[in-house]
Write a protein that binds this ligand. Structure first.
Ligand code: BTN
Length: 263
């Protein structure tokens, strides 16, 4: 498969007909040959056989039905601001899905970086730091052509199921994602990694369907908090207000469940 449009946006793009995990492969290659892998090196496949998700989960896709793409970001700002890159990639993918499904108004980001369509997951992002801390590989999976039977869980969806009308073209979808990712990372770079000054924090909040929801946050170590997601702080953490006092908990990592409480 040729990715002509995408290659114009990322000249160092490699398509492979099959990969175990594009994240594992790109991290390993960039660590072994750093000078061959510059900012915006891309590894993409439509047949990922051992996809990895957040929190040690699997990312399962049938051959030929989805996009698995990993992009190496080598920002010039301090590694202390790298924490915003997973949210940035999630926002880029959310905007991509919004552009691919222009008739829908129910596409948005679930903190930190899932993309939902009417509450169903269409994309997830797994970000991994290079061992020498010189960059981050952001890996995104986008469900494109899957039928309901081909999705691993009934809380997932694909562009085809969500009603994409035009012919679905993996290169076209990837080109939109790379455009959004480049623009957001250039803005963050221009602001020296300051997500507030670059407008990234506001843009994430605006796109984030978690804000305002009743949620359960399951944090590392299995501690939990249930409350209302009220904001994202300057470090990208989700702020949850709970109890009568509205005590705020800042969640840096973990699993968020959107709760629909019965009236
Ligand atoms: C999640 O929702 O838990 C994250 C899923 C991330 C999947 C992508 S597909 C491309 C890249 N390679 C992987 O092994 N995982 C990411």
């Amino acid at each position: 498969m040729d990715f002509v449009q995408s290659r114009q946006l990322a000249p160092n793009l490699v398509y492979v007909a099959e990969a175990g995990s594009t994240n594992t492969d790109l991290v390993a290659a960039a660590a072994a040959h750093p000078s061959d892998f510059d900012h915006f090196s891309v590894l993409v496949t439509d047949n990922q056989t051992a996809g990895r998700g957040r929190i040690g989960r699997e990312w399962v896709t049938p051959p030929g039905a989805s996009l698995a793409v990993s992009v190496l970001l080598r920002p010039k700002f301090a590694a202390t601001a790298f924490g915003w890159l997973p949210l940035l990639a999630g926002l880029a993918m959310s905007r991509t899905v919004q552009r691919l499904l222009p008739e829908r108004n129910d596409v948005g980001l679930k903190w930190p970086n899932d993309v939902l369509v009417a509450g169903q997951k269409i994309s997830g992002v797994l970000s991994e730091l290079l061992p020498d801390l010189s960059g981050v590989v952001v890996g995104a999976g986008l469900n494109v052509l899957q039928t309901a039977e081909q999705l691993p869980v009934d809380t997932a969806t694909s562009l085809a199921l969500a009603g994409q009308k035009t012919e679905i073209n993996l290169d076209g979808a990837l080109a939109i994602y790379l455009t959004e990712l480049r623009e957001l990372s250039a803005d963050l770079e221009a602001a020296g990694g300051d997500a507030v000054a670059s407008g990234l924090r506001d843009a994430v909040i605006q796109n984030c369907v978690t804000i305002g929801q009743t949620v359960r946050a399951i944090m590392p170590g299995d501690s939990e908090v249930v409350g209302t997601a009220v904001a994202i702080d300057n470090s990208g953490r989700l702020l949850i207000s709970s109890g009568l006092s509205g005590q705020l908990t800042a969640v840096a990592a973990g699993d968020i469940v959107h709760l629909r409480l019965a009236n």
